[in-house]
Design a protein around this ligand. Structure first.
Ligand SMILES: [Zn+2]
Ligand SMILES: [Zn+2]
Length: 178
């Protein structure tokens, strides 16, 4: 079950703000490779015609090293920022420019006056998820020939480039071609 918060009272009291402690368990509805719950703090503010959501959450994602493919736990601390149009005490749209009614995104976040906090933090984390990570700066990666993790030791494959052996092989090939 997603974590939801009922904003009915706030939506009927323009000028008010409520603090909210985020605690979303690392479950399947988060659709993230998390290893810890998503926790943090946001503030919901009703400005009169806009509901402003602002805060930060932290979690840990288990990602793969881009070179050796070993799992790496990455700590994230991400901003949570969203704005919704409010009319007559109800959320009517996302306030994200002039694209009109952002139906699927809004429906994932809002049911009546219930805000889906799980979806809110999921979207915030996906935006900040690092694309390419390495387990350590000097990760040697995998051998492109035999697939061995070179952090664990060398293999007997001959490197492709800059090797005296490949230069020699080239020279021998040239000599036989002539
Ligand atoms: Zn690595
Ligand atoms: Zn190898």
């Amino acid at each position: 079950m997603p974590v939801c918060v009922d904003l009915s009272e706030l939506l009927h009291t323009p000028g008010h703000a409520i603090p909210y402690d985020v605690s979303v368990p690392c479950g399947p509805e988060l659709e993230l490779p998390c290893t810890s719950p998503v926790e943090g703090h946001v503030t919901f503010t009703n400005t009169g015609n806009v509901l402003v959501v602002m805060g930060r959450v932290t979690t840990t994602l288990r990602l793969s090293c881009g070179r050796c493919l070993e799992p790496v736990d990455v700590d994230l601390d991400v901003p949570v920022e969203e704005e919704f149009i409010v009319a007559h005490g109800e959320i009517t749209d996302l306030a994200d420019g002039d694209t009109g009614f952002a139906e699927p995104a809004l429906q994932a976040l809002i049911k009546g006056n219930l805000l889906n906090v799980t979806e809110l933090v999921r979207q915030a984390i996906v935006l900040e998820e690092p694309g390419e990570i390495v387990c350590r700066d000097d990760c040697k990666g995998l051998c492109p020939h035999c697939g061995r993790n070179l952090n664990e030791g060398t293999c007997s494959c001959v490197p492709d480039d800059d090797s005296p052996f490949s230069a020699l092989a080239q020279l021998q090939k040239q000599m036989t071609d002539n």
